[in-house]
Design a binder for this molecule. Structure first.
Ligand code: FES
Length: 110
């Protein structure tokens, strides 16, 4: 169930073999664009729209230390937390992930 203050459900967004290591993919969860990343065998999900001008974070380069660089103007976000590297006081929302069998699932945080 979603909305109404009820806890959201996990939603299957991909299978583990769909996402090569150190790559990102934009998925939709309950109508919201989410950027899903594969890093070191773990999966991280953050809002897909860059805080600056709305660039597609899933298309960004994923560097060391789990930092993705927005392809439009270079703002950088930690995919584990959504925090903006250049100003840690702000960031994009980070969402919960889990693996069930070979399915990657995401649950929206808000
Ligand atoms: S839109 Fe992402 S850095 Fe400008």
């Amino acid at each position: 169930m979603t909305g109404g203050g009820a806890p959201r459900d996990f939603v299957t967004v991909a299978r583990v073999h769909d996402l090569a290591p150190r790559t990102g993919r934009q998925v939709t969860v309950d109508g919201r664009w989410v950027a899903l990343f594969s890093v070191n065998g773990e999966y991280h999900a953050i809002d897909a729209i860059c805080l600056h001008r709305g660039g597609p974070l899933a298309d960004g380069r994923l560097g060391e230390n789990c930092i993705v660089t927005c392809p439009w103007h270079g703002w950088q976000f930690d995919v584990r937390t959504g925090v903006l590297v250049q100003d840690p006081a702000v960031g994009v929302t980070c969402h919960e992930t889990r693996i069930v069998g070979d399915e990657i699932q995401v649950r929206l945080t808000d």
